[in-house]
Design a protein around this ligand. Sequence first.
Ligand code: GDP
Length: 443
Amino acid sequence: MFDELSQRFEDAVKGLRGQAAISETNVDGALRDVRRALLEADVSLPVVKEFIEEVRRKAVGAEVVRGVSPDQQFIQLVHAQLVETMGGANAPLARAAEGPTVILMAGLQGAGKTTATAKLGLHLKEQGRRPLLVAADIYRPAAIDQLQTLGRQIGVEVFSLGSETSPEAIAAAGVARGREEGFDTVLVDTAGRLQIDTAMMEEMVRIREASHPDEVLLVVDSMIGQEAADLTRAFHEQVGITGAVLTKLDGDSRGGAALSIRKVSGAPIKFIGTGEKVEALQPFHPERMASRILGMGDVLTLVEKATKEVELADVEKMQRKLQEASFDFSDFVQQMRLIKRMGSLGGLMKLIPGMNKIDDGMLRQGESQLKRIEAMIGSMTEAERRQPELLAAQPSRRRRIAAGSGHTPADVDKVLQDFQKMRGFMQQMTRGGMPGMPGMPGM
Ligand code: GDP
Protein backbone atom coordinates (compact mmCIF):
# COMPACT_ATOMS: atom_id res chain seq x y z
CA MET A 1 0.00 0.00 0.00
CA PHE A 2 2.56 2.51 1.07
CA ASP A 3 4.79 1.77 -1.89
CA GLU A 4 1.90 2.42 -4.19
CA LEU A 5 1.01 5.64 -2.48
CA SER A 6 4.49 6.97 -2.69
CA GLN A 7 4.68 5.91 -6.31
CA ARG A 8 1.59 7.99 -6.96
CA PHE A 9 3.08 10.83 -5.05
CA GLU A 10 6.22 10.59 -7.14
CA ASP A 11 4.24 10.61 -10.35
CA ALA A 12 2.25 13.53 -9.09
CA VAL A 13 5.26 15.65 -8.39
CA LYS A 14 6.71 14.76 -11.78
CA GLY A 15 3.43 15.70 -13.42
CA LEU A 16 3.43 19.02 -11.68
CA ARG A 17 6.97 19.71 -12.72
CA GLY A 18 6.46 18.72 -16.29
CA GLN A 19 4.04 21.38 -17.32
CA ALA A 20 4.29 24.98 -16.34
CA ALA A 21 1.80 26.25 -18.86
CA ILE A 22 -0.93 25.10 -21.16
CA SER A 23 0.55 24.96 -24.64
CA GLU A 24 -0.72 24.54 -28.20
CA THR A 25 0.32 20.91 -28.10
CA ASN A 26 -1.06 19.85 -24.73
CA VAL A 27 -4.31 21.74 -25.16
CA ASP A 28 -5.52 19.74 -28.15
CA GLY A 29 -6.52 16.62 -26.26
CA ALA A 30 -8.35 18.65 -23.65
CA LEU A 31 -10.18 20.64 -26.31
CA ARG A 32 -11.28 17.39 -27.89
CA ASP A 33 -12.84 16.36 -24.55
CA VAL A 34 -14.66 19.67 -24.24
CA ARG A 35 -15.87 19.46 -27.79
CA ARG A 36 -17.27 16.01 -27.10
CA ALA A 37 -18.93 17.15 -23.88
CA LEU A 38 -20.58 20.08 -25.65
CA LEU A 39 -21.81 17.95 -28.52
CA GLU A 40 -23.13 15.35 -26.10
CA ALA A 41 -24.95 18.15 -24.33
CA ASP A 42 -26.51 19.02 -27.70
CA VAL A 43 -24.87 22.35 -28.28
CA SER A 44 -25.12 22.99 -31.99
CA LEU A 45 -21.99 22.30 -34.03
CA PRO A 46 -21.21 25.83 -35.30
CA VAL A 47 -21.64 27.12 -31.74
CA VAL A 48 -19.30 24.41 -30.46
CA LYS A 49 -16.66 25.30 -33.05
CA GLU A 50 -16.71 28.96 -32.23
CA PHE A 51 -16.64 28.29 -28.52
CA ILE A 52 -13.68 25.93 -28.82
CA GLU A 53 -11.69 28.53 -30.73
CA GLU A 54 -12.37 31.12 -28.05
CA VAL A 55 -11.22 28.72 -25.36
CA ARG A 56 -8.10 27.84 -27.32
CA ARG A 57 -7.18 31.49 -27.60
CA LYS A 58 -7.60 32.01 -23.88
CA ALA A 59 -6.02 28.76 -22.73
CA VAL A 60 -2.78 28.77 -24.65
CA GLY A 61 -0.10 30.37 -22.56
CA ALA A 62 -2.23 30.53 -19.40
CA GLU A 63 -0.04 29.83 -16.39
CA VAL A 64 -0.79 26.67 -14.47
CA VAL A 65 -1.97 27.10 -10.89
CA ARG A 66 0.06 25.24 -8.27
CA GLY A 67 -1.46 21.99 -7.10
CA VAL A 68 -3.87 21.71 -10.01
CA SER A 69 -3.14 19.78 -13.16
CA PRO A 70 -3.18 21.69 -16.43
CA ASP A 71 -6.13 19.52 -17.44
CA GLN A 72 -8.17 20.49 -14.42
CA GLN A 73 -7.24 24.10 -14.73
CA PHE A 74 -8.25 23.96 -18.32
CA ILE A 75 -11.67 22.62 -17.37
CA GLN A 76 -12.01 25.52 -14.97
CA LEU A 77 -11.22 27.89 -17.78
CA VAL A 78 -13.79 26.22 -20.02
CA HIS A 79 -16.36 26.46 -17.26
CA ALA A 80 -15.66 30.14 -16.73
CA GLN A 81 -15.91 30.75 -20.46
CA LEU A 82 -19.25 28.93 -20.57
CA VAL A 83 -20.55 31.02 -17.72
CA GLU A 84 -19.38 34.18 -19.42
CA THR A 85 -20.90 33.13 -22.73
CA MET A 86 -24.22 32.48 -21.03
CA GLY A 87 -24.21 35.96 -19.57
CA GLY A 88 -22.32 35.61 -16.30
CA ALA A 89 -25.16 36.25 -13.89
CA ASN A 90 -28.92 35.82 -13.92
CA ALA A 91 -30.65 38.40 -16.08
CA PRO A 92 -33.82 39.79 -14.49
CA LEU A 93 -37.03 40.54 -16.36
CA ALA A 94 -37.36 43.98 -17.88
CA ARG A 95 -39.75 46.46 -16.22
CA ALA A 96 -41.67 49.09 -18.11
CA ALA A 97 -40.91 52.66 -17.03
CA GLU A 98 -44.62 53.38 -16.82
CA GLY A 99 -47.75 51.30 -17.27
CA PRO A 100 -47.76 47.55 -17.28
CA THR A 101 -44.71 45.56 -18.32
CA VAL A 102 -45.71 43.59 -21.42
CA ILE A 103 -44.17 40.17 -21.95
CA LEU A 104 -44.80 38.16 -25.12
CA MET A 105 -44.31 34.43 -24.88
CA ALA A 106 -43.17 32.95 -28.19
CA GLY A 107 -42.15 29.50 -29.34
CA LEU A 108 -43.13 26.29 -31.06
CA GLN A 109 -46.21 24.33 -30.14
CA GLY A 110 -45.52 21.98 -27.27
CA ALA A 111 -42.46 23.92 -26.09
CA GLY A 112 -44.23 24.68 -22.84
CA LYS A 113 -45.37 28.22 -23.62
CA THR A 114 -48.77 28.12 -21.95
CA THR A 115 -47.29 26.37 -18.92
CA ALA A 116 -44.43 28.89 -18.76
CA THR A 117 -46.90 31.79 -18.97
CA ALA A 118 -48.70 30.48 -15.89
CA LYS A 119 -45.43 29.68 -14.14
CA LEU A 120 -44.20 33.23 -14.69
CA GLY A 121 -47.56 34.57 -13.52
CA LEU A 122 -47.19 32.65 -10.27
CA HIS A 123 -43.55 33.69 -9.91
CA LEU A 124 -44.47 37.37 -10.26
CA LYS A 125 -47.47 37.03 -7.96
CA GLU A 126 -45.22 35.52 -5.31
CA GLN A 127 -43.01 38.58 -5.61
CA GLY A 128 -45.98 40.77 -4.80
CA ARG A 129 -46.60 41.78 -8.39
CA ARG A 130 -49.97 41.86 -10.13
CA PRO A 131 -49.83 39.96 -13.39
CA LEU A 132 -52.55 39.48 -16.01
CA LEU A 133 -52.43 36.49 -18.34
CA VAL A 134 -53.66 37.01 -21.90
CA ALA A 135 -54.86 34.06 -23.99
CA ALA A 136 -53.84 34.84 -27.58
CA ASP A 137 -53.34 31.28 -28.79
CA ILE A 138 -56.53 30.94 -30.79
CA TYR A 139 -55.54 27.94 -32.91
CA ARG A 140 -54.79 25.17 -30.47
CA PRO A 141 -58.31 24.27 -29.34
CA ALA A 142 -57.51 23.71 -25.70
CA ALA A 143 -54.98 26.49 -25.21
CA ILE A 144 -57.44 29.08 -23.91
CA ASP A 145 -59.05 26.60 -21.52
CA GLN A 146 -55.65 25.45 -20.40
CA LEU A 147 -54.56 28.99 -19.53
CA GLN A 148 -57.83 29.69 -17.75
CA THR A 149 -57.51 26.52 -15.70
CA LEU A 150 -53.93 27.36 -14.78
CA GLY A 151 -54.94 30.95 -13.97
CA ARG A 152 -57.59 29.71 -11.51
CA GLN A 153 -55.11 27.33 -10.00
CA ILE A 154 -52.58 30.07 -9.26
CA GLY A 155 -55.14 32.76 -8.52
CA VAL A 156 -54.13 35.01 -11.41
CA GLU A 157 -56.64 36.64 -13.73
CA VAL A 158 -56.83 35.51 -17.35
CA PHE A 159 -57.97 37.79 -20.18
CA SER A 160 -59.59 36.12 -23.19
CA LEU A 161 -61.71 37.14 -26.17
CA GLY A 162 -62.35 33.59 -27.31
CA SER A 163 -60.97 32.18 -30.54
CA GLU A 164 -62.80 34.36 -33.07
CA THR A 165 -60.78 37.52 -32.56
CA SER A 166 -57.32 37.93 -34.13
CA PRO A 167 -54.34 37.31 -31.83
CA GLU A 168 -53.00 40.84 -32.32
CA ALA A 169 -56.39 42.34 -31.37
CA ILE A 170 -56.51 40.11 -28.27
CA ALA A 171 -52.98 41.15 -27.31
CA ALA A 172 -53.75 44.87 -27.76
CA ALA A 173 -56.99 44.56 -25.80
CA GLY A 174 -55.21 42.58 -23.07
CA VAL A 175 -52.57 45.27 -22.66
CA ALA A 176 -55.26 47.96 -22.57
CA ARG A 177 -57.14 45.99 -19.89
CA GLY A 178 -53.93 45.62 -17.91
CA ARG A 179 -53.31 49.34 -18.04
CA GLU A 180 -56.91 50.30 -17.13
CA GLU A 181 -57.10 47.92 -14.21
CA GLY A 182 -53.68 48.56 -12.75
CA PHE A 183 -51.99 45.25 -13.48
CA ASP A 184 -48.24 45.71 -13.42
CA THR A 185 -47.44 42.91 -15.87
CA VAL A 186 -49.26 41.53 -18.90
CA LEU A 187 -48.13 38.09 -20.04
CA VAL A 188 -49.30 37.22 -23.53
CA ASP A 189 -49.50 33.54 -24.45
CA THR A 190 -49.23 33.28 -28.24
CA ALA A 191 -49.82 30.48 -30.71
CA GLY A 192 -47.00 28.19 -31.72
CA ARG A 193 -46.72 25.89 -34.71
CA LEU A 194 -45.18 22.48 -34.94
CA GLN A 195 -42.32 23.96 -36.96
CA ILE A 196 -40.95 27.33 -37.79
CA ASP A 197 -43.26 28.79 -40.41
CA THR A 198 -43.83 32.11 -42.09
CA ALA A 199 -47.43 32.55 -40.99
CA MET A 200 -46.46 32.12 -37.35
CA MET A 201 -43.59 34.60 -37.65
CA GLU A 202 -45.77 37.16 -39.39
CA GLU A 203 -48.41 36.77 -36.73
CA MET A 204 -45.81 37.26 -34.01
CA VAL A 205 -44.67 40.47 -35.70
CA ARG A 206 -48.27 41.73 -35.80
CA ILE A 207 -48.76 40.88 -32.11
CA ARG A 208 -45.50 42.64 -31.29
CA GLU A 209 -46.55 45.76 -33.17
CA ALA A 210 -49.95 45.76 -31.48
CA SER A 211 -48.69 45.25 -27.93
CA HIS A 212 -45.27 47.00 -27.73
CA PRO A 213 -43.71 44.38 -25.48
CA ASP A 214 -40.90 45.08 -23.03
CA GLU A 215 -39.83 41.47 -23.36
CA VAL A 216 -40.24 38.85 -26.07
CA LEU A 217 -39.36 35.58 -24.37
CA LEU A 218 -38.68 32.62 -26.60
CA VAL A 219 -39.81 29.43 -24.88
CA VAL A 220 -37.56 26.57 -25.94
CA ASP A 221 -37.94 22.90 -25.11
CA SER A 222 -34.46 21.85 -23.98
CA MET A 223 -35.08 18.41 -25.47
CA ILE A 224 -34.88 19.75 -29.03
CA GLY A 225 -31.14 19.96 -28.56
CA GLN A 226 -29.20 20.94 -31.68
CA GLU A 227 -32.27 22.47 -33.32
CA ALA A 228 -32.39 25.20 -30.71
CA ALA A 229 -29.85 27.20 -32.72
CA ASP A 230 -31.92 27.38 -35.93
CA LEU A 231 -35.11 27.99 -34.00
CA THR A 232 -33.57 30.86 -32.08
CA ARG A 233 -32.05 32.35 -35.21
CA ALA A 234 -35.41 32.33 -37.00
CA PHE A 235 -37.29 33.94 -34.11
CA HIS A 236 -34.55 36.42 -33.45
CA GLU A 237 -34.17 37.55 -37.04
CA GLN A 238 -37.86 37.70 -37.79
CA VAL A 239 -39.44 38.77 -34.51
CA GLY A 240 -36.60 39.85 -32.28
CA ILE A 241 -36.26 38.24 -28.86
CA THR A 242 -35.07 39.76 -25.60
CA GLY A 243 -34.71 36.57 -23.60
CA ALA A 244 -35.61 32.93 -23.36
CA VAL A 245 -37.18 30.35 -21.09
CA LEU A 246 -35.63 26.92 -21.37
CA THR A 247 -38.15 24.22 -20.44
CA LYS A 248 -38.15 20.54 -19.53
CA LEU A 249 -34.80 20.61 -17.84
CA ASP A 250 -36.17 18.07 -15.38
CA GLY A 251 -35.61 15.51 -18.14
CA ASP A 252 -32.43 14.00 -19.51
CA SER A 253 -31.37 17.01 -21.50
CA ARG A 254 -27.97 18.40 -20.58
CA GLY A 255 -29.05 21.89 -21.50
CA GLY A 256 -26.74 22.61 -24.41
CA ALA A 257 -29.60 24.59 -25.95
CA ALA A 258 -28.87 27.31 -23.39
CA LEU A 259 -25.50 27.94 -24.97
CA SER A 260 -26.86 27.85 -28.51
CA ILE A 261 -29.68 30.27 -27.73
CA ARG A 262 -27.38 32.77 -26.13
CA LYS A 263 -24.69 32.48 -28.80
CA VAL A 264 -27.11 32.84 -31.68
CA SER A 265 -29.24 35.69 -30.34
CA GLY A 266 -27.18 37.33 -27.64
CA ALA A 267 -30.37 37.22 -25.57
CA PRO A 268 -30.08 35.81 -22.05
CA ILE A 269 -31.95 32.76 -20.78
CA LYS A 270 -34.01 34.22 -17.96
CA PHE A 271 -35.81 31.21 -16.52
CA ILE A 272 -35.75 27.46 -16.68
CA GLY A 273 -38.69 25.08 -16.45
CA THR A 274 -38.06 22.01 -14.35
CA GLY A 275 -41.38 20.20 -14.31
CA GLU A 276 -45.01 20.18 -15.33
CA LYS A 277 -46.24 21.85 -12.15
CA VAL A 278 -46.76 25.62 -12.06
CA GLU A 279 -44.19 25.95 -9.30
CA ALA A 280 -41.48 24.36 -11.44
CA LEU A 281 -39.82 27.54 -12.65
CA GLN A 282 -36.42 28.81 -11.58
CA PRO A 283 -34.31 31.80 -12.49
CA PHE A 284 -31.54 30.72 -14.86
CA HIS A 285 -28.06 30.49 -13.32
CA PRO A 286 -25.24 30.34 -15.86
CA GLU A 287 -22.74 28.63 -13.58
CA ARG A 288 -25.11 25.77 -12.75
CA MET A 289 -25.91 25.32 -16.41
CA ALA A 290 -22.22 25.35 -17.30
CA SER A 291 -21.62 22.45 -14.89
CA ARG A 292 -24.58 20.60 -16.28
CA ILE A 293 -23.40 21.07 -19.86
CA LEU A 294 -19.93 19.85 -19.03
CA GLY A 295 -21.46 17.00 -17.06
CA MET A 296 -19.06 17.45 -14.24
CA GLY A 297 -21.10 17.86 -11.10
CA ASP A 298 -18.82 18.70 -8.23
CA VAL A 299 -15.51 18.45 -10.00
CA LEU A 300 -15.03 22.17 -10.04
CA THR A 301 -15.61 22.59 -6.36
CA LEU A 302 -13.01 19.92 -5.81
CA VAL A 303 -10.55 21.67 -8.05
CA GLU A 304 -11.09 24.84 -6.08
CA LYS A 305 -10.51 22.92 -2.87
CA ALA A 306 -7.38 21.36 -4.27
CA THR A 307 -6.01 24.76 -5.08
CA LYS A 308 -6.55 25.84 -1.51
CA GLU A 309 -5.76 22.63 0.36
CA VAL A 310 -2.58 21.45 -1.24
CA GLU A 311 -0.52 24.33 -0.07
CA LEU A 312 2.72 24.34 -1.91
CA ALA A 313 4.19 26.02 1.14
CA ASP A 314 3.92 22.66 2.94
CA VAL A 315 5.82 20.92 0.20
CA GLU A 316 8.47 23.59 0.16
CA LYS A 317 8.93 23.35 3.92
CA MET A 318 9.41 19.60 3.58
CA GLN A 319 11.97 20.10 0.89
CA ARG A 320 13.97 22.49 3.04
CA LYS A 321 13.91 20.00 5.89
CA LEU A 322 15.15 17.28 3.63
CA GLN A 323 17.99 19.40 2.40
CA GLU A 324 18.90 20.05 6.00
CA ALA A 325 18.58 16.29 6.63
CA SER A 326 16.13 16.99 9.46
CA PHE A 327 13.06 15.19 8.06
CA ASP A 328 11.84 13.23 11.08
CA PHE A 329 8.83 11.25 12.29
CA SER A 330 6.81 14.39 13.00
CA ASP A 331 7.28 15.50 9.41
CA PHE A 332 6.43 11.99 8.33
CA VAL A 333 3.10 12.17 10.12
CA GLN A 334 2.47 15.62 8.74
CA GLN A 335 3.22 14.36 5.27
CA MET A 336 0.90 11.42 5.77
CA ARG A 337 -1.80 13.74 7.07
CA LEU A 338 -1.45 15.90 4.00
CA ILE A 339 -2.01 12.84 1.86
CA LYS A 340 -4.89 11.73 4.05
CA ARG A 341 -6.51 15.14 3.99
CA MET A 342 -6.43 15.08 0.23
CA GLY A 343 -7.89 11.59 0.26
CA SER A 344 -10.67 12.22 2.72
CA LEU A 345 -11.89 15.19 0.73
CA GLY A 346 -13.90 12.80 -1.34
CA GLY A 347 -11.44 11.71 -3.96
CA LEU A 348 -9.73 15.06 -4.15
CA MET A 349 -6.51 13.18 -4.48
CA LYS A 350 -7.65 11.79 -7.78
CA LEU A 351 -7.50 15.29 -9.12
CA ILE A 352 -3.83 15.57 -8.40
CA PRO A 353 -1.91 14.77 -11.56
CA GLY A 354 -0.63 11.23 -11.58
CA MET A 355 -2.88 10.22 -8.71
CA ASN A 356 -5.98 9.72 -10.72
CA LYS A 357 -5.58 5.97 -10.82
CA ILE A 358 -5.96 5.68 -7.09
CA ASP A 359 -9.16 3.95 -6.00
CA ASP A 360 -11.31 4.35 -2.91
CA GLY A 361 -10.12 1.04 -1.47
CA MET A 362 -6.57 2.28 -1.55
CA LEU A 363 -7.55 5.51 0.11
CA ARG A 364 -9.32 3.65 2.91
CA GLN A 365 -6.32 1.39 3.39
CA GLY A 366 -4.13 4.44 3.51
CA GLU A 367 -6.24 5.91 6.27
CA SER A 368 -6.06 2.82 8.49
CA GLN A 369 -2.33 2.64 7.83
CA LEU A 370 -2.03 6.24 8.90
CA LYS A 371 -3.89 5.55 12.17
CA ARG A 372 -1.43 2.76 12.98
CA ILE A 373 1.53 4.96 12.23
CA GLU A 374 0.12 7.77 14.32
CA ALA A 375 -0.40 5.40 17.25
CA MET A 376 3.18 4.23 17.04
CA ILE A 377 4.59 7.69 16.75
CA GLY A 378 2.46 8.63 19.74
CA SER A 379 4.37 6.01 21.76
CA MET A 380 7.75 7.45 20.84
CA THR A 381 9.77 9.78 22.99
CA GLU A 382 10.50 13.24 21.70
CA ALA A 383 14.10 12.19 21.01
CA GLU A 384 12.98 9.14 19.02
CA ARG A 385 10.70 11.27 16.91
CA ARG A 386 13.44 13.69 16.08
CA GLN A 387 16.10 11.01 15.60
CA PRO A 388 14.64 7.95 13.93
CA GLU A 389 18.20 6.51 13.92
CA LEU A 390 17.73 5.69 17.61
CA LEU A 391 15.02 3.20 16.68
CA ALA A 392 17.06 1.63 13.94
CA ALA A 393 19.94 1.15 16.33
CA GLN A 394 18.11 -0.16 19.41
CA PRO A 395 15.59 -3.05 19.16
CA SER A 396 14.48 -2.45 22.77
CA ARG A 397 13.05 0.91 21.75
CA ARG A 398 11.14 -0.74 18.93
CA ARG A 399 9.73 -3.36 21.33
CA ARG A 400 8.62 -0.65 23.78
CA ILE A 401 6.83 1.29 21.02
CA ALA A 402 5.13 -1.87 19.77
CA ALA A 403 3.79 -2.65 23.25
CA GLY A 404 2.79 0.97 23.86
CA SER A 405 0.82 1.26 20.63
CA GLY A 406 -0.68 -2.23 20.62
CA HIS A 407 1.30 -3.50 17.67
CA THR A 408 3.95 -6.14 17.08
CA PRO A 409 7.65 -5.27 16.78
CA ALA A 410 7.37 -6.38 13.13
CA ASP A 411 4.74 -3.68 12.57
CA VAL A 412 7.09 -1.12 14.01
CA ASP A 413 9.91 -2.37 11.78
CA LYS A 414 7.60 -1.99 8.79
CA VAL A 415 6.75 1.59 9.68
CA LEU A 416 10.41 2.37 10.17
CA GLN A 417 11.11 0.97 6.72
CA ASP A 418 8.27 2.98 5.23
CA PHE A 419 9.61 6.09 6.85
CA GLN A 420 13.06 5.44 5.45
CA LYS A 421 11.62 4.79 2.04
CA MET A 422 9.63 7.96 2.09
CA ARG A 423 12.54 9.99 3.28
CA GLY A 424 14.78 8.48 0.65
CA PHE A 425 12.17 9.05 -2.00
CA MET A 426 11.60 12.61 -0.97
CA GLN A 427 15.29 13.29 -0.99
CA GLN A 428 15.50 11.97 -4.50
CA MET A 429 12.71 14.28 -5.53
CA THR A 430 14.36 17.23 -3.84
CA ARG A 431 17.59 16.60 -5.65
CA GLY A 432 15.95 16.51 -9.01
CA GLY A 433 14.20 13.19 -9.03
CA MET A 434 17.15 11.15 -10.27
CA PRO A 435 16.02 7.56 -10.39
CA GLY A 436 17.97 4.89 -8.63
CA MET A 437 19.60 7.15 -6.12
CA PRO A 438 20.44 5.35 -2.89
CA GLY A 439 18.56 6.30 0.25
CA MET A 440 20.17 7.81 3.30
CA PRO A 441 23.26 5.84 4.29
CA GLY A 442 23.46 4.46 7.79
CA MET A 443 19.73 4.28 8.31
P1 GDP B 1 -47.27 25.08 -25.57
O1 GDP B 1 -47.88 24.39 -26.73
O2 GDP B 1 -45.93 25.68 -25.92
O3 GDP B 1 -48.17 26.07 -24.91
O4 GDP B 1 -46.91 23.94 -24.49
P2 GDP B 1 -47.64 23.55 -23.13
O5 GDP B 1 -47.44 24.61 -22.12
O6 GDP B 1 -49.01 23.10 -23.42
O7 GDP B 1 -46.72 22.32 -22.71
C1 GDP B 1 -46.62 21.15 -23.50
C2 GDP B 1 -46.36 19.97 -22.59
O8 GDP B 1 -45.11 20.10 -21.96
C3 GDP B 1 -47.37 19.85 -21.46
O9 GDP B 1 -47.66 18.51 -21.28
C4 GDP B 1 -46.64 20.41 -20.26
O10 GDP B 1 -47.10 19.85 -19.06
C5 GDP B 1 -45.25 20.00 -20.56
N1 GDP B 1 -44.24 20.88 -19.94
C6 GDP B 1 -44.14 22.22 -20.02
N2 GDP B 1 -43.05 22.66 -19.34
C7 GDP B 1 -42.46 21.57 -18.80
C8 GDP B 1 -41.28 21.35 -17.99
O11 GDP B 1 -40.54 22.27 -17.61
N3 GDP B 1 -41.03 20.05 -17.66
C9 GDP B 1 -41.79 19.02 -18.07
N4 GDP B 1 -41.45 17.80 -17.69
N5 GDP B 1 -42.89 19.19 -18.82
C10 GDP B 1 -43.22 20.43 -19.19
